[in-house]
Design a binder for this molecule. Structure first.
Ligand SMILES: C[S@+](CC[C@H](N)C(=O)[O-])C[C@H]1O[C@@H](n2cnc3c(N)ncnc32)[C@H](O)[C@@H]1O
Length: 360
């Protein structure tokens, strides 16, 4: 942990592999057949550990000591916070997927916000240019469609969104979500309401419960249970003396929430993946749980549909603003960019409006 405080802002990596077309177990289960030892080796390189594991018919979900890992047949999503070395997992996972399963990488996406404590980040994470160089060297040369970008609000260097993508093609070819347009929503919140953040500290009576039971109690008491789809299966975990992580599984969709409640560097994140456009409305419910002073929202979606009804960035911006602004937050900036793999990334920042500032 940094002497200055815990870095809540996560680094997020998504690797997508081509599945064999010939059928069989490898085509059906793909990365889910990776030996436990291979995942352990990848997490050791990152410097985090598994604290709980679950799975359903579509994917496996792990709560980590620093955030979460999701493994679909063709897709691995690894999200880690603190001073973890996330990108060190890339060569380990590529080697294991190739050697153990014969799977080749089809696309890579890396994203993160601006760290609260950049000086505490290990190489290559202290500098986005180093991260891009590291990724360029780690992904196979066949991923020749590459792009990196820092999406930045004007006059605000604290809330930048860093995105790197590399892909074998410019098309979106999706196995895990049946080719349907799906959204990945990432919400980063800072300066949480102090009273609400206190719900994520252990109390004396938690000494009698497991970290999982306390995590589940925090899910219920905080209102987070109402943010996710009620049919989801939810796994909460409470850290000592404070901190919370949760994964929720709902068919092929996941939701994940992580909370760093310490005053002075409080942070919470809400992410929903594999979801339809309805996921955008849930952003407001997540923000209401924490009442943060600043919120940034990134939405990544495929642009496969070329119909007149196809989703465009203006529609996403508006849906996100409709979810967040009624909570007393005003949109300060917005951006959208297209990336290889036929996806669009939108990014918006919001800050608490002065009226709200005085009322809390
Ligand atoms: C892992 S959790 C969630 C991190 C997440 N990225 C977030 O949104 O804040 C981090 C919180 O748990 C606390 N914590 C306590 N023990 C920890 C441990 N062994 N590893 C990581 N975090 C721990 C940290 O101080 C922090 O409040």
């Amino acid at each position: 942990m940094a002497s200055s405080g815990f870095e809540g802002y996560e680094k997020r990596l998504e690797l997508v592999f081509s599945l064999p077309r010939c059928g069989g177990a490898r085509a059906q289960h793909g990365l889910r057949l990776l030996p436990v030892g291979a995942l352990r080796e990848a997490l050791e390189a990152v410097q985090c550990t598994v604290v709980s594991a679950a799975g359903n018919a579509a994917f496996d979900a792990y709560v980590l000591s620093e955030s979460s890992l999701f493994v679909y047949p063709s897709r691995a999503i690894l999200k880690t916070c603190g001073a973890t070395r996330l990108l060190r997992a890339v060569p380990v996972l590529l080697r294991a997927a190739g050697d153990e399963l014969g799977l080749a990488l089809r696309s890579c996406r890396y994203s993160r916000g601006s760290f609260l404590f950049p000086e505490a980040q290990p190489f290559p994470h202290a500098d986005f240019a180093d991260e891009v160089r590291y990724l360029d060297g780690a992904v196979p040369s066949g991923l020749r469609f590459r792009r990196s970008s820092v999406m930045m609000p004007p006059d605000d260097c604290r809330h930048r969104w860093h995105v790197y993508t590399a892909s074998t093609s410019d098309d979106d070819d999706d196995h895990d979500f049946n080719g349907v347009t799906h959204f990945t929503v990432e919400v980063c919140m800072t300066e949480l309401d102090r009273t609400l953040a206190r719900r994520f500290f252990l109390t004396p009576r938690d000494a009698l419960r497991t970290s999982h039971a306390t995590g589940d109690a925090m899910t219920a008491a905080s209102g987070l249970g109402g943010v996710i789809n009620p049919r989801s299966v939810v796994f909460g975990y409470a850290f000592a003396p404070c901190g919370y992580s949760m994964n929720a599984l709902d068919g092929a969709c996941y939701a994940t929430v992580h909370v760093t409640p310490e005053d002075g560097h409080s942070y919470a994140s809400y992410e929903r993946g594999g979801a339809d456009a309805g996921a955008l409305a849930s952003i407001g419910k997540a923000v209401a749980v924490f009442r943060p002073a600043t919120v940034s929202v990134s939405v990544c979606y495929g642009t496969k549909e070329r119909t007149p009804q196809a989703i465009d960035a203006a529609w996403v911006w508006s849906a996100v603003a409709d979810a967040v602004e009624p909570l007393g937050l005003a949109c300060r900036s917005r951006a959208a960019e297209a990336f290889p793999g036929a996806m669009t990334v939108t990014y918006q920042t919001f800050t608490r409006t002065p009226a709200r500032l005085h009322s809390t």
